[in-house]
Design a protein around this ligand. Structure first.
Ligand code: C2E
Ligand code: MG
Ligand code: MG
Length: 572
């Protein structure tokens, strides 16, 4: 084996001594030193590791179980297996790349190396070594000639205790990936170098420039500049980068975006290390926001935008969980649609409800756009279709002409085979196409593409009814009546409310109803809340009425109880 044998007593003494030495060296090194006393099951690591990793303490007992609390769960088996070999004396070196969990909960790749010292009987007694981070730890960058993220990290941590009004301007090259793909890595490197030079040239001596990831730079301003000055700096850099593009005779077209963060806007409640990682997180958010808003611009970080972003991310992850847990948390409510002449139940609109795994009820206005943006509306839409048709089938047992109205978002139409889905669901529920009303929400966002016209035509040809939802809002207008040829137009409750409040809008609604009837379509007025509303609106002779006056949307079982009559037509 060849390693030096140390007697147990010296080992015990060297353990304490090693801890002192490791502590003394810590400020001069980026790595973390550790000693693991295998016989006493005690682990010591440089104190500095406490601010980086989710360690309970820098000295702990019950080592393998404690390691479990801050080692990435996917890596724990591999680590435990290796430590088993060490402890049982089958191995003299430990050398593993795996992940610990950072203080902010994110995984951090480490390389843990250690050598095992045995006692005079050859029993493994102490493992000592060093842990270094292997992910994204660049001190300096040879392409741009700038310092790297690791230096930014060290400098910010050093400065934070005395900093109050620093600014962080994160700059990213827009569409850099495309430049690299079209013109090759070498030209990409040339651009990185040029942009780095221009940024440095525009920055003052009290503004430090770093290259933090592939096409992103950070300017740390220590001059006390305010927003206006940083905005001017960004624009100077932007013009300067435009000059490179022009000098290169527009060989590659790219712009730069900037995310500006004032230190005072970053959460200050945590330790310096968490503050640093918070700065990096919000500056990344700020730069992404500038790009989302159209690129080639500066976005100034506002905590309220970040809260909205975090809230959206939280809801998105709840929705994902629910989707993978057999749609737990989703529910369908039903609201009656009633015939205006005689107040008979005609149909029900299926309205989606959602409760997070933590029991928070979220409104459709908040979660439906998230389902749409993420594409989750497609599987959820199929779930809605199945469950709403099941409800229709049950209602038809006592009300044979009952119809079900289901909302479809434009994303579903663009991105999923709606016609096939609808036909399959009808077949499975053993229902005729005529029992279904497909409501198109936000139709104004639909371009009149041939695909959509085609889906519509096929659905109509099969006997499915088409309703244009939200009529009278920004999303739906006259053009859609021409393009989409619906059977039914649904007046948005915002329009109804205005018509109930002033005579101009009332006349407008009256003429809309006449116009819709004159081209042979039917019309639903939404948002009828009282007997008085009903009287005013029925005077205009719409075909159907929907609103809280008859019922708020309610769960399926409640709907069945409320509207279960004797006879084939339900008088309200
Ligand atoms: P919408 O399709 O226009 O649905 C009518 C909305 O008006 C429902 O809101 C309903 O609860 C509300 N409402 C009905 N009568 C009254 C009334 O008399 N007074 C008032 N103040 N409100 C009334 P909800 O359920 O919050 O849904 C909002 C929107 O979310 C829907 O508007 C629809 O665009 C969308 N949505 C709901 N469920 C689904 C779904 O399953 N799929 C899709 N794609 N969108 C859905
Ligand atoms: Mg609707
Ligand atoms: Mg509507």
């Amino acid at each position: 084996m060849g390693e030096k044998i140390i007697d147990p007593q010296t080992l015990e003494q060297s353990f304490d001594m090693f801890c002192d030495i490791a502590n003394a060296f810590a400020p001069c090194m980026n790595d973390y030193l550790y000693v693991y006393n295998l016989t006493q099951d005690i682990y010591y690591i440089s104190e500095r590791a406490m601010s980086r990793f989710l360690l309970p303490d820098n000295v702990f007992h019950n080592v393998v179980d404690t390691l479990r609390t801050f080692t990435h769960p996917d890596d724990m088996d591999m680590l435990a297996e290796d430590l088993d070999l060490v402890i049982s004396g089958k191995k003299d070196y430990h050398n593993l790349e795996y992940r610990w969990i950072g203080r902010d909960g994110s995984p951090i790749w480490i390389n843990c190396k250690g050598r095992i010292l045995r006692d005079s009987q050859g029993v493994p007694h102490i493992m000592m070594g060093c842990i270094n981070e292997i992910g994204n730890k660049q001190k300096a960058d040879n392409v741009s000639g700038l310092l790297g993220e690791s230096s930014l990290h060290d400098n910010v941590l050093r400065l934070l205790p005395t900093l109050t009004d620093a600014m962080f301007l994160r700059i990213g090259i827009d569409d850099f990936k495309v430049v690299n793909e079209r013109h090759g890595m070498e030209y990409g490197n040339f651009i990185l170098r040029e942009v780095a030079n221009r940024i440095q040239h525009c920055a003052s001596p009290q503004q430090q420039v770093y290259r933090i990831v592939s096409d992103e730079f950070m300017i740390l301003d220590l001059s006390g500049a305010d927003y206006a000055e940083m905005n001017r700096l960004y624009h100077r850099i932007r013009s300067s980068v435009d000059e490179i593009v022009a000098t290169e005779q527009y060989k590659a077209l790219y712009t730069i975006s900037g995310g500006l963060v004032a230190l005072k806007d970053v959460d200050t409640s945590e330790s310096d290390y968490s503050r640093y990682s918070e700065i990096m997180k919000v500056s990344e958010f700020a730069l992404t926001e500038a790009k989302l808003r159209g690129k080639n611009q500066l976005y100034y970080f506002r905590p309220e935008d970040y809260s909205a972003f975090l809230r959206k991310r939280y809801i998105r992850s709840c929705l994902r969980k629910s989707l993978s847990d057999d749609f737990r948390g989703f529910d369908l409510y039903f609201q009656p649609i009633v015939m205006a002449n005689g107040e008979f139940l005609f149909a029900a609109e299926a309205l989606l409800r959602y409760e997070t795994p933590m029991g928070e009820k979220i409104t459709p206005l908040e979660f439906i756009p998230i389902l749409e943006e993420s594409g989750m509306i497609i599987p959820v839409g199929r779930w809605i279709l199945r469950n709403a048709l099941e409800m229709c089938r049950r209602c038809r047992e006592f009300h044979p002409e009952f119809m079900i109205s289901i909302n479809f978002s434009y994303i579903q139409l663009l991105k999923s085979p709606v016609y096939e889905d609808v036909m399959r669901a009808l077949e499975e529920a053993d229902l005729p196409p005529s029992c279904l009303i497909v409501e198109l929400t936000e139709s104004g966002r639909l371009e009149s593409s041939a695909t959509i016209q085609n889906v519509w035509q096929k659905l109509r040809a099969m006997g499915v009814n088409i309703a244009l939802d939200d009529f009278g809002t920004g999303y739906s207008n006259l053009i859609n009546i021409g393009n989409l040829r619906p059977n039914i137009v649904k007046i948005d409750r915002g329009f109804t409310a205005k018509a109930l409040q002033n005579s101009y809008e009332y006349d407008l609604l009256l003429h809309v109803i006449k116009m819709v009837h004159s081209i042979g379509l039917n019309l639903v007025v939404e948002g009828i809340e009282s007997r008085r509303d009903l009287m005013q609106i029925t005077a205009m002779k719409p075909d159907y009425i929907q609103g809280y006056y008859y019922s708020k949307p309610c769960p399926g079982e409640e709907f069945l109880r409320k509207f279960h009559p004797s006879g084939s037509r339900t008088k309200m």
